[in-house]
Design a binder for this molecule. Structure first.
Ligand code: FSO
Ligand code: SF4
Length: 541
């Protein structure tokens, strides 16, 4: 196997025997084969578009299948193999429709690939279509191609979330198909690849806009909300991942049953949504970021549901009470197929629950674009009066590398006349710090999940408009931590917006070649994080 799509890749170069994330070599090969099969489906989908045939089922499936290959989503070889077969079934069905409509279907490459009969043979097929086997001879183009694939994976995750909430734009699907097919080409130069990556960033902004519309039109705009970190005596369900619809269904189905529902990881900001916080048994937040789950889940006295990434290998001491749903899978872990969470509720009722109330303080959430921009006048006034010197967006993902303590120290050292905006699971490095306020404006503002990066972008654009300046001239610095492929899509979006001077850590992506890095440094002034002191000094002078 060879996989280097995430930040924790082995030795900073690539996982070759087994994934640091726990992904086994058979799953890695099958995921590579699924990507190959999706390129074939996309070839036919593009041919179909030319002939006036465009199937929503194909578009939605493409996003689901891509999302399944994101880090920490699907670890089950059989599920990946089933997706490959479904991909080929959809492709052949679509081919017939394209031919019937007078179109021409491609007759070579992944468009004609046939999966082998057994799982073992499919794994062998996957090995022939791995990242190294299909390496572009030019290392920089290879690097840009992989970056595009990871950006597309990120877009697909957001598109899938948005689609679940009724928000779709065919331009997004078309780009995903165009991008996947482009990776089969050998005739594009570096400039064309860079253009395609920037287009990927723009399409991701559109996708995140759709997701924002899905979230806010379904659940209302988040409002500042205090969330308890302790526990309430009683039976308990813990919901992790990023999917708001799953949480809503769990809340609805567990209502009136003597169960309290807790969020974990990236679900924390859900407490700010009016249509979710209205449930009285939606109590508080348990635990921290994804990489601590094996320790934290083992101590949770109730049922646990993983709605999306990041899933880690479930340990035996909680394997019996953890469930997956949607695209998440782990071999041997019970999967909720049809959104009937009865088995989760039954498990929660069967378990002991919390035996007493505990108080561990609270955190504030709900500072998404609507809440922040409702006090824009106050913020602008404070900036003009010199009371707010600078904004730092310290956001992104968390992870287990010791270098990530940079973000804790950075936030601790941010001067008192500065405000920290945050989003993503990276916030768990400092989410419970009491930073106080400036004239009533909290100094630590939780904008939401990594999925809410659109909200942060809107806040920055609104401030730039108010000050009639370029986004790069705002007193705002981005200090980002990345982990998986959604972060790649967000980074491409920031580049597409022309945002410069981003500090990125804890390490740079292994799939970025030295020349591509040089290009990013020269054109966008991207820099790796150094030390909190040095970076703060460089930013604030
Ligand atoms: Fe984190 Fe995982 Fe939200 Fe990622 S829980 S690391 S970028 O999947 O999506 O921030
Ligand atoms: Fe390694 Fe990350 Fe790939 Fe997992 S997703 S195999 S940790 S590079």
């Amino acid at each position: 196997m060879f996989c280097y799509q995430c930040e924790q890749t082995a030795k900073g170069t690539g996982c070759v025997k087994v994934g640091v994330c726990g992904k086994q070599s058979d799953v890695a090969a099958l995921q590579d084969l699924l990507i190959y099969a999706l390129k074939g489906l996309s070839q036919v989908a593009l041919a179909g578009r030319e002939a006036g045939v465009n199937e929503r089922e194909v578009n939605v499936f493409t996003c689901e299948a891509l999302f399944s290959t994101l880090t920490n989503v699907n670890f089950d070889p059989q599920r990946v193999a089933d997706l490959i077969k479904e991909c080929v079934r959809l492709r052949d069905e679509l081919k017939q429709k394209v031919v019937d409509a007078g179109g021409q279907v491609p007759d070579s490459g992944p468009a004609v690939f046939e999966p082998a009969a057994t799982l073992e043979e499919m794994v062998a097929q996957g090995e022939e279509h791995g990242i190294l086997a299909e390496k572009d001879p030019d290392p920089d183009i290879h690097s840009l191609k992989q970056t595009l694939i990871y950006g597309i994976k990120g877009i697909s995750a957001y598109a899938d979330h948005a689609q679940i909430l009724g928000q779709e734009d065919d331009e997004v699907y078309k780009f995903i198909q165009k991008g996947l097919v482009a990776t089969l080409r050998q005739d594009m130069d570096l400039g064309q690849w860079v253009d395609l990556l920037l287009e990927c960033g723009r399409i991701n902004i559109r996708t995140m806009e759709l997701l924002d519309a899905g979230n806010t039109s379904t659940y209302g705009h988040p409002v500042p909300t205090e969330v308890p970190l302790g526990a309430k005596k009683g039976k308990a369900i813990l919901v992790s991942g990023h999917d708001l619809r799953d949480l809503e269904l769990i809340l609805k189905q567990s209502q009136g049953k003597g169960i309290y529902v807790y969020t974990h990881g990236e679900m924390l900001p859900c407490h700010g949504y009016p249509e979710l916080k209205k449930y009285e048994h939606f109590y508080g937040h348990y635990g921290t970021a994804w990489q601590n789950q094996q320790k934290e889940f083992a101590k949770f006295p109730g049922a646990i549901v993983m709605t999306t990434n990041c899933l880690q290998k479930p340990l035996d001491n909680y394997k019996g009470n953890i469930f997956t749903t949607g695209l998440v899978a782990w071999p041997g872990v019970k999967h909720i197929q049809d959104k009937d969470f009865t088995p989760v509720i039954e498990k929660a009722l069967e378990m002991e629950g919390f035996t007493e109330d505990t108080d561990k303080g609270t955190v504030m959430v709900g500072f998404a674009r609507n809440a922040v921009l409702s006090v824009a006048d106050k913020i602008i006034e404070a900036i003009k009066a010199g009371k707010i010197r600078h904004f730092f967006l310290v956001g992104g993902c968390d992870g287990s590398k010791p270098g990530r303590s940079y973000y804790t120290e950075f936030v601790e050292k941010v001067p008192e006349d500065c405000i920290v905006l945050t989003l993503g699971c990276g916030k768990f490095k400092f989410f419970d710090k009491k930073l106080g306020d400036i004239d009533g404006i909290p100094r630590l503002l939780d904008v939401g999940q990594c999925n809410d990066a659109y909200s942060a972008v809107q806040i920055a654009l609104a401030l730039a408009k108010a000050f009639d300046c370029d986004i790069n001239d705002l007193p705002l610095s981005l200090v980002l931590s990345w982990y998986e492929q959604k972060a790649v899509a967000i980074l491409l979006s920031l580049l597409a917006l022309g945002v410069k001077d981003i500090r990125l850590g804890p390490s740079l992506p292994a799939f970025i070649s030295p020349n591509v890095l040089d290009f990013l440094v020269k054109n966008y002034d991207i820099k790796p994080i150094s030390t909190p002191e040095e970076d703060l000094k460089a930013i604030l002078g």
